[in-house]
Unconditional design. Structure first.
Length: 168
């Protein structure tokens, strides 16, 4: 009994390529939608360039044009977007994957700014801990052998002559 390739496959997981990547969290407003309905997302560019990209997309099913009304840079836009979307999950509107939310813009911008500040602070703490661990791994005493003595000379050839000229 053989099973076909199609029955053995599994669906691909959601890519998390934005985790650990610096980028921008944006809020876009579309004049073709009702007031108070915003699109939230992340990009490695700016929110304005994302709005322009959506406006140029001819296959965009939503009428109207997008305008960036809020954007803020973060050190880890994938993690920040996950946390932000968890906070706003009860305000979600529309089809799955469109990321439209029925929000008060000022309150949403404040929540996003606080979340990004927390994530940036956590990233800085992790970075400082990593540097501290690396410092503990480095030898405490400087080596008594200089870099020139530790370097083994190249084989006899043109490079050997160049080495002798530089060393001498």
């Amino acid at each position: 009994m053989t099973t076909s390739y199609r029955t053995q496959r599994t669906l691909p997981r959601e890519p998390q390529f934005m985790h650990g990547t610096p980028g921008t969290i944006y809020i876009l407003q579309n004049d073709g939608l009702r007031k108070g309905l915003y699109k939230i997302g992340a990009t490695r560019r700016s929110g304005v360039s994302k709005a322009m990209e959506l406006n140029r997309d001819l296959q965009q099913l939503i009428p109207g044009s997008y305008e960036c009304v809020f954007e803020l840079h973060t050190k880890d836009c994938g993690h920040a977007l996950d946390e932000i979307l968890k906070q706003f999950q009860h305000h979600r509107c529309g089809k799955r994957g469109q990321d439209f939310y029925d929000l008060d813009l000022d309150a949403a911008a404040e929540k996003i700014a606080n979340t990004i500040a927390l994530i940036n602070r956590q990233g800085l703490i992790r970075q400082q801990q990593t540097l501290s661990m690396m410092r503990h791994l480095e030898p405490d005493e400087p080596s008594s052998v200089s870099n020139a003595e530790a370097f083994s000379p190249p084989p006899a050839s043109l490079f050997r002559k160049a080495y002798e000229w530089v060393a001498g």
